[in-house]
Design a protein around this ligand. Sequence first.
Ligand code: U5P
Length: 207
Amino acid sequence: MDHPLVSHKITLLRSVNTSSPEFRHLVEELVTLLAYEATRHVRVEPTTVQTPIAEAHGVALSHPKPLVVPIMRAGLGMLEGMMRLMPSAEVGFVGMTRDEETLQPMTYAERLPHDLTGRQCFVLDPMLATGGSLGGAVEFLVRRGANHITCLCILAAPEGIEHFRELVHELGVPTNLVVAAVDDHLNERGYIVPGLGDAGDRLYGLA
Ligand code: U5P
């Protein structure tokens, strides 16, 4: 996303001198900016509203309501900013971790509606590194019936974007990816370079 305010906030986010409270605040601000772009195709239906003067035509979010899915742990830091823009959305949770040896994603927790038929989903994860976690979450949602998925990430590595594109091509479900910035590469430990380090640790301290 080419926007000077987004670039400015990412620069602050990257800095090793940025504290956890500042980091959380910056993530929230960035998500609100990304969410504006990411919700461009959110489904709405016509409605009318009475103004003090006359009846006006407008729109309301369609049913079923969009589902926002933060990938725990780091995606939780993006939830508040997203819900501020779309307060009537519902929220489901997926916990993914990656095996630090194989870099393969594993699902350790899940709290989602069982049937997602026809649902529009917005998946939140600040970092798209190998793409394993985001890809795993998207596969999960598609298997339950979601038929339109938008993923919001703050930083992405080109390798992760490539992996993600291949996966969604195989799944055959309309999927959008909105990222604030694309970095240079992944290192041998699966970290984005230059990146910002471990987003979960930066948000919540070492766990
Ligand atoms: N991750 C980071 N920083 C990085 C790379 C990965 O925090 O530089 C964490 C994020 O928490 C993200 C997950 O949820 O790893 C994504 O990794 P991957 O499955 O895309 O490799």
